[in-house]
Design a binder for this molecule. Structure first.
Ligand code: SAH
Length: 250
């Protein structure tokens, strides 16, 4: 039997948001590779080996998965949400680029999942209903200056924004700085939503204005959504209209 590699997104949390395509690949896999908590979401069964690894070893993990596929195994690399959004898909292609030429003939496919931003937006209403962008606030893989620059440009461009990895223990001050920049660029009335543990137990959704927002409202289990200048509340929902007038800054 010839091997293959799938890079699959498990969605934000619940089994209901795992796609049938991802489920089917897991049902026939011999090996699952990924960060411990994500691998733990795949049920044990005979014939399946689960390889959980620590965070921050994405390239090694990807090379290990490619090696196993080259040996004829059916390997699924799992990410939470979508594998192409700040996750394992790019790490697999980086390892493919750096690895032996023979790996390029492997049967590799990326299977999409529901990313945290879209799951959160759906729970809130439609805050991303017009043009939007997604920014990873972690400076592990890029300089902090670039994060600040992109934030300002996105705000000035009038985009709604989703922030991944907003605030970790290792860099507690950067999210406070993020809020400062947003207040400067968007004013205090702009809506900001904190969606924690979306589609998991203890899901928590909080929407406030930028003036009311505090850095402590975000952590690494939170995806943050900032509306554009038109984003508003209706009943218990937050939504952004589909139309936009000409405007200078967001
Ligand atoms: N590939 C993932 C993102 C990985 S980066 C995806 O597509 O969703 C990790 C960040 O994603 C977290 O710091 C958090 O900002 C966000 N995140 C992932 N799952 C989440 C969930 N269930 N609820 C809220 N935020 C989540």
């Amino acid at each position: 039997m010839s091997g293959w590699l799938r890079v699959a997104g498990l969605g934000p949390g619940g089994d209901a948001q795992v796609t049938p395509e991802v489920r089917a690949s897991l049902d026939v896999a011999t090996d699952v590779v990924g960060y411990f908590p994500y691998v733990a979401r795949v049920a044990e069964r005979p014939g399946l080996t689960r390889h959980g690894s620590d965070n921050r070893v994405e390239r090694d993990r990807a090379a290990f998965a490619l090696e196993m596929a080259a040996e004829g195994r059916r390997v699924v690399v799992v990410s939470s949400g979508d594998p192409g959004v700040f996750a394992m898909a790019s790490a697999v292609f980086e390892a493919l680029e750096a690895g032996p030429a023979a790996w390029r003939d492997l049967d590799i496919r990326v299977l999409p999942g529901i990313t945290a931003m879209l799951a959160a937006a759906a729970r809130l209403g439609a805050p991303l209903g017009h043009d939007f962008c997604a920014i990873n606030l972690s400076d592990n893989l890029k300089p902090w200056d670039l994060v600040e620059h992109r934030l300002r440009m996105a705000a000035r461009g009038g985009f709604a924004m989703a922030f991944y990895n907003p605030r970790s223990k290792a860099r507690p001050h950067q999210f406070a700085r993020t809020l400062e920049i947003l207040r400067e660029e968007c004013g205090g009335e702009r809506l900001i939503s904190f969606a924690r543990d979306v589609a998991r137990e203890n899901e928590r959704l909080t929407t406030v204005t930028l003036a009311e927002a505090e850095a402590e409202m975000a952590d690494m289990r939170t995806v943050v959504i900032v509306g554009n200048s038109q984003t508003r509340r209706v009943g218990g929902y937050v939504y952004t209209p589909r139309f936009a007038a000409q405007e200078s800054a967001g």
